[in-house]
Ligand binder design. Structure first.
Ligand code: MN
Length: 223
């Protein structure tokens, strides 16, 4: 099955090639995670499986092996022009769309991996772990920083702005393109601000960003 995402105002869909995620990109979130990281550390990346994409309106099954499924509200940038060794100055020319997304996380498994210096996959890269809202073309969305919020059952839980990102979208693209050749279809989840927390079956999560279509999901029972 090919993973695709809806594009606002267009019949065509965006075919997802890879899902890259940035860790530790908001200082207040680093503090709440007790990461002990220096905010000036270079950005680091992990990936989710392409078919982990979930679209707005979906019910996400509660994943196995966890008692602590958490939301992370994140701006998503979708690449439409590939390249390697992209400069910061040119980086935003490679972005075709923005969306709001949620980096769903099995926090207990992430912390266990952290303790044991294991890879992050168990905590981050499970089925249905990448809800992403409809993509908005940059011609409509613009590249400016924007307010982002997340609510659970109508109660606001995260409220920040992408202006608080430690590494900007352009800097993230420049750095990531030194590690991988970026290709059209790559999407980048750019890290979460503070306020992350757990959800349980039956709860509804709504993620919003100024100027972008919202994303709504419901947490279901086990698959
Ligand atoms: Mn995240």
């Amino acid at each position: 099955m090919t993973a695709t995402l809806a594009i606002t105002g267009r019949d065509e869909r965006f075919t997802v090639r890879r899902i890259y995620c940035v860790g530790r990109n908001y200082a207040a979130h680093i503090l709440e995670m007790n990461e002990g990281a220096d905010p000036r550390d270079p950005p680091f990346f992990f990936q989710k499986p392409t078919d982990a994409v979930v679209e707005t309106g979906a019910t996400v099954p509660y994943p196995p092996m966890t008692d602590d499924l958490q939301f992370e509200l994140e701006l998503v940038a979708a690449i439409t022009t590939g390249g390697r060794e992209i400069t910061v100055e040119n980086a935003l020319n490679h972005v075709g769309y923005y969306a709001i997304g949620i980096d769903l996380t099995r926090r207990d498994l992430q912390f266990r991996a952290r303790e044991k210096s294991w890879p992050w996959e168990m905590g981050k890269s499970f089925d249905h772990s990448a809800p992403i809202g409809p993509l908005c073309p940059v011609g409509d969305a613009g590249h400016d920083t924007r307010a982002i919020t997340l609510s659970v059952d109508g109660t606001e839980r995260q409220n920040s702005t992408t202006a608080h990102m430690i590494w900007s979208v352009a800097e993230i693209i420049a750095n990531l393109s030194r590690q991988y050749k970026l290709q059209p279809g790559d999407v980048i989840m750019t890290g979460t601000p503070e306020g992350v927390g757990a959800v349980t079956p039956g709860q509804k999560i709504k993620a919003r960003a100024d100027g972008l279509p919202p994303l709504s999901i419901t947490i279901g029972g086990p698959e």
